[in-house]
Design a protein around this ligand. Sequence first.
Ligand SMILES: Nc1ncnc2c1ncn2[C@@H]1O[C@H](COP(=O)(O)OP(=O)(O)O)[C@@H](O)[C@H]1O
Ligand SMILES: [Mg+2]
Length: 379
Amino acid sequence: MGSYRFGAKGFVTDSLLEPLLNSLPDIIHSVDKKGNIIFTNKKASHLLGYTHEELLSMSVFDLYAPEIRTQVKKGFAQLQEKGKMTFRESLLVAKSGEIIPVEIRSFGVYNEKGEFIRTFSMLRDIREMKEMRDNLMHAERLGGIGQLASCVVHDIHNPLMVIQLYTEMLLQDSSRYMVPESSDEVEEYLHQMQKASEKIQKLLNHLRNFSRKQSEVKETAKVNDLIGDALFMVMNKIINQGIRVERENEDKDYSTYGARIQLEQVLMNIISNACDAMKASDEKSLKISISKEKLNQNNYIKCAITDSGCGIPQGSIDKVFSSFYTTKKMGEGTGIGLSICNDIIESHEGKIQVESEFGVGTTFIVLFPEVKKTGKSKK
Ligand SMILES: Nc1ncnc2c1ncn2[C@@H]1O[C@H](COP(=O)(O)OP(=O)(O)O)[C@@H](O)[C@H]1O
Ligand SMILES: [Mg+2]
């Protein structure tokens, strides 16, 4: 049963119960008819920055942000009616002035005559949950942009076909349309137009593959081709930022087996992060190399992507693969890129690692299981 003692203001606590209440991750408190706090656990002091004694001399209404106190008082009055229980989100204000969003479950405690004696409430800090919810909403918005992209692909595809067709016709029958003095020049322009529209076509094909969920189909793929296509997808960032790209062993036809689009997505995410990391760097260099690697009897193609960017602080290196970990501003990062990369590479029985020196740069290493020519991965 445990022994009972009277806490401050006559609140009865159980000596066995108290350590349990103190170890809970939520604030537990009880207030009397007037709203005076008569019991709190340690989490209240921990979260709000008041000492236990300070809290026991305060009114519960002082714990709420001033602009919502009227609403809190209304809720408190409702709670005094027998059998009422309330559940709501609210905002606490810590001693430091920091506003803390919480989820509150409260109910009334009544005597034998049914008269209200006190409340009993559990308050959960929901800052992290709120942040995750915001991030998820942002990720959903990005998903929406993906869908929009697939519609846009169709709308661009058709007029592009017309441009390609007429360029081709002009080139094939150039003598009919051009005066001899300028035909060389015009032909050159037409070739440039052809090249540019081929680039657009390639980009559209990528976007379409991305949005079509063809991503699960597995095939043998040359790692250098995957790198080339991933680079192509982030070419905009590379050009805009003036990043120098160096490739090592670009001529090797080392192959892996997997869902091409997914593997390209991994490389694209890593390269895109590398570009972001170099935004403020004087030297902007991206090195991508591939080589063969044997690990625990398994053969891999190792792809190392090194940037000369800001680097990752030692204490954060373990977090980069966690979902929603981002150091980027809202709208610039979601923190899910690398966690998706990790899932994809794991499902392909590969490995992904990171080495970084803060202020110097970062290397991401992806090990793709090697296949010889065609067929299944060689284990
Ligand atoms: N090449 C890199 N250099 C420095 N930091 C990096 C690099 N790649 C990833 N990071 C860190 O890892 C975090 C998580 O990356 P990611 O999962 O792709 O999410 P996001 O790019 O949306 O922030 C980044 O916000 C950044 O702090
Ligand atoms: Mg990213």
